[in-house]
Write a protein that binds this ligand. Structure first.
Ligand code: NAD
Ligand code: GLY
Length: 361
């Protein structure tokens, strides 16, 4: 498959602008990487699950470069400073200099870790995102948030560092387990709920096609999601304002992920339940009507996603976990709530009783 048949859009960040290329088969063609890799040295970072599936395709396409590789253990529980160190070890023992490029081949865990290694190695080197999960193709590979988890809080150690290019090969989704596909749909649905009601309606009509991995539907949903995200990132790269909307469901969701132990709930599953909790709280505050709340829950359920928090986390523990959120400013917890489908708002002006009721399961 050539680049000619792929879709391409741009994240507009001035002289750090970069393309997102979306289409089947594109990881295997040298043309995809041609304009985004400026160095001779390329460190491919992947994991033990993705390497046997796609590493050879990428290595073939990168013939002519000096390529080394590092293969990480697979799982959110390995998104740590300790495992990050193995990327620095590989770079230093291969004597990679500051002109090198890191290439992240895998899902959001590999992408976030590789991006942070690139942000910090020799004070910053180039990196390219080759996302292979739906979640990473629609969200984590775009926008430059990179980092690792800390036992006390998710994604708490990190940096903003934009990739040079995002290459989203939709063929790679054919090997994705169903549970991971559903987790990616949570972030797709998120864009509709935040500020794109017509995309939400399209998703209501097409969710079955996405679950069946209909290629045309997937390309459409990935492109639209990336376009929605790119607009927000271009307007507010460092999350001084509207980018926080992209965290709809995340304050609740991150509490679920760290409260249950990283890797027990998938990130997308936690975000789905978190979005349903944000909708519930918005309903209790009279911001969202019952029909809209039900439409959100129903779409998430049709995508095979959870809409209720785990019973294992008490209300008190939930509030404690939520207080370690990057949206806490001056001790005040801000939340993303809904005035309607497609009308998300970041606010600290909410009734504590509504929050208390939402986390009491
Ligand atoms: P993941 O990276 O753990 O990948 C999910 C699973 O799928 C893993 O087991 C992986 O090895 C496997 N896999 C990957 N590609 C595959 C393929 N093509 N075929 C078969 N198996 C494949 O999880 P994820 O959902 O991609 O990403 C979640 C992570 O992304 C979380 O750590 C989250 O915090 C982060 N995230 C970051 C941002 C951001 O803006 N940086 C946004 C959203 C999420
Ligand atoms: N996933 C949230 C963001 O990129 O801002």
């Amino acid at each position: 498959m050539s680049l000619a048949t792929s879709r391409r859009l741009e994240v507009d960040l001035g002289d750090r602008s970069y393309p997102i290329i979306i289409g089947p088969g594109i990881i295997s063609t040298a043309e995809s990487y041609k304009n985004s890799i400026r160095s001779r040295q390329v460190m491919v970072v992947t994991n033990e699950t993705v390497a046997p599936l796609y590493l050879d395709n990428v290595l073939q396409a990168l013939r002519g470069f000096h390529v080394e590789q590092v293969i990480l253990p697979d799982g959110e529980q390995y998104k740590t400073l300790e495992i990050l160190n193995s990327i620095y070890d590989a770079l230093l023992s291969s004597r990679f200099d500051r002109s090198c490029t890191l290439l992240a081949l895998g899902g959001g865990v590999v992408g976030d870790m590789t991006g942070f290694a690139a942000a910090s190695y020799q004070r910053g080197v180039d990196f390219v995102q080759v996302p292979t999960t739906l979640l990473s193709q629609v969200d984590s590979s775009v926008g430059g948030k990179t980092g690792v988890n800390h036992p006390l809080g998710k994604n708490m150690i990190g940096a903003f560092h934009q990739p040079r290019c995002v290459i989203a090969d939709t063929d790679t989704l054919n090997t994705l387990p169903e549970r991971e596909l559903a987790a990616g749909l949570a972030e797709v649905i998120k864009y509709g709920v935040i500020n794109d009601i017509s995309f939400f309606e399209w998703l209501e009509a097409n969710i079955e096609r996405l679950l069946a991995r209909d290629s045309e539907a997937l390309v459409y949903a990935i492109e639209r999601s990336c376009r929605d995200k790119a607009v927000i990132v271009a307007a507010d790269e460092k999350e001084a304002g509207q980018r926080a909307l992209l965290n709809l469901g995340h304050t609740f969701g991150h509490a679920i992920e760290s409260g249950m132990g990283y890797g027990v709930w998938l990130h997308g599953e936690a975000i789905a339940a978190g979005m349903a909790m944000a909708a519930d709280m918005s309903f209790q505050m009279g911001w969202l009507d019952a029909d809209e709340q039900e439409r959100i829950r129903s779409l998430l359920q049709k995508a095979h996603l959870p809409v209720d928090p785990p019973a294992e986390i008490s209300a008190e523990r939930f509030l404690e976990l939520m207080s370690v959120d990057k949206k806490v400013l001056n001790g005040e917890l801000r939340l993303v709530l809904l005035r309607g489908i497609g009308k998300a708002e970041v606010t600290a002006d909410y009734a504590a009783s509504a929050l208390q009721q939402t986390v009491a399961v």
